[in-house]
Design a protein around this ligand. Structure first.
Ligand code: FMN
Length: 207
């Protein structure tokens, strides 16, 4: 910091941080945990992912970053559709499964939970906090990863329970206090349909 409290930029002539230094520092950035799913010629594919963020609510869109060497990446690149399933804490075992830690086949991983189908045909995980059924509109390669920019075409939500977060290479339970925020808004333009898993009619425009 200088006298005005402004951080100095890194000297552009210094070598950039190593990948290891970057990973060590990023390990302390807490993230929600998702299983990203898609449909392929050889069945369903899924991968545990934290590199996901909302881009905009007008139109509702998500950014999903996947390693180009992963099986799920190859499936999504071909199908052009994916679903982002936001896990609850009691679905922690699925996060391990879809990160390949149980080294089971895709069929066995999917067999460990209940699924429905979104309008794009992607598997939506029953009882997770929210599922976002998406169409990939754009993609971009950055180093080892592909950035999928996705239009959200449908949303299915469950009653909020404890969320699942990942930080410092461990899973954590997140207490989701619904009273801390509010839903709302009706913006012009494309609106995904929203369903409660508990039942009830879709509520257009609510996000
Ligand atoms: C908590 C957690 C978060 C992860 N986040 C991502 C991610 O955002 N993108 C990604 O490509 N891989 C991510 N991974 C790694 C993949 O889940 C894992 O490497 C995947 O199973 C590899 O795909 P494969 O089945 O083709 O080997 C994450 C793993 C864990 C445990």
């Amino acid at each position: 910091m200088d006298a005005e409290g402004v951080s100095q930029m890194t000297n552009p002539h210094e070598p950039p941080p190593t990948g290891l230094a970057f990973r060590e520092a990023m390990a302390f950035a807490a993230s929600s945990v998702h299983v990203v799913t898609s449909i392929g010629d050889h069945g369903d594919a899924g991968i545990t992912a934290t590199a996901i963020c909302a881009i905009s609510d007008a139109p509702p869109s998500l950014l999903v970053c996947l390693n180009r060497r992963s099986y799920a990446h190859s499936v999504i690149s071909r199908s052009g559709v994916l679903a982002v399933n936001n896990l609850s804490y009691d679905q922690l075992a699925l996060a391990d499964e879809f990160a390949g830690r149980g080294s089971r086949s895709m069929i066995d991983r999917f067999a460990r939970a209940r699924w429905t189908r979104g309008s794009t045909g992607t598997p939506l995980l029953a009882d997770c906090l929210a599922s976002f059924d998406c169409r990939v509109d754009h993609s971009m390669t950055v180093g080892t990863h592909e950035l999928f920019i996705c239009a959200v075409v449908d949303i299915v939500r469950a009653t909020p329970r404890r969320g699942l977060a990942y930080a410092a290479r461990r899973f954590f339970s997140v207490d989701l206090d619904r009273s801390a925020g509010s839903s709302s808004l009706a913006e012009p333009g494309h609106r995904p349909r929203v369903h409660d898993r508990a039942g009830g009619e879709p509520r257009a425009g609510e996000v």
